[in-house]
Design a protein. Structure first.
Length: 156
């Protein structure tokens, strides 16, 4: 499936909870109706695909690296994420990703619940993410990428 070309069109996520589940490799195993509606994809287009299908190129890679490191250790992760819709538009969410366990207590996947972001905090996050993207580009150009940049900007 070809990724859409991003546009500058924002679709506001007004309310409710978008829910997805993935396997251990990030392939989508469940989507709720609101997620389908906001993403612009049909359910059949999402199930079995990598969740990164909706990753917007404006998102710093270190955010997802931090998320994967956290949830794979068994802890929940929460953050602001800019998602890419099928039509190229985007939407912002606050997502909480938690580990999912089977009956025997073995990690078997992840559950993500998205809610609308607060506007004041969203403006702060947009600025921080732009700074993080600039730092990632600078560090990649120097071949000296340091994932801890996420913590530096997040806490700085």
């Amino acid at each position: 499936m070809q990724r859409p070309i991003p546009t500058d069109v924002e679709v506001k996520f007004e309310g409710g909870n978008m829910i997805t589940e993935t396997d251990l490799h990030g392939k989508i195993t469940y989507v709720n109706r609101l997620f389908i509606q906001m993403s612009g994809y049909e359910k059949e287009e999402l199930i079995g695909k990598p969740h990164s299908l909706i990753r917007h190129p404006d998102m710093p890679k270190c955010c997802f690296q931090s998320m994967w490191e956290t949830v794979e250790r068994g802890y929940p992760w929460e953050g602001y994420v800019k998602n890419l819709r099928k039509d190229g538009a985007f939407y912002w969410v606050v997502v909480t990703v938690t580990p999912k366990y089977d009956e025997s207590g073995k990690l078997c996947g992840f559950i993500a619940v998205r809610k609308p972001p607060g506007e004041l905090t969203l403006e702060e996050i947009k600025t921080k993410y732009m700074q993080m993207m600039e730092l990632e580009v600078c560090r990649q150009e120097k071949s000296n990428y340091i994932p801890e940049i996420f913590n530096e900007v997040q806490n700085g």
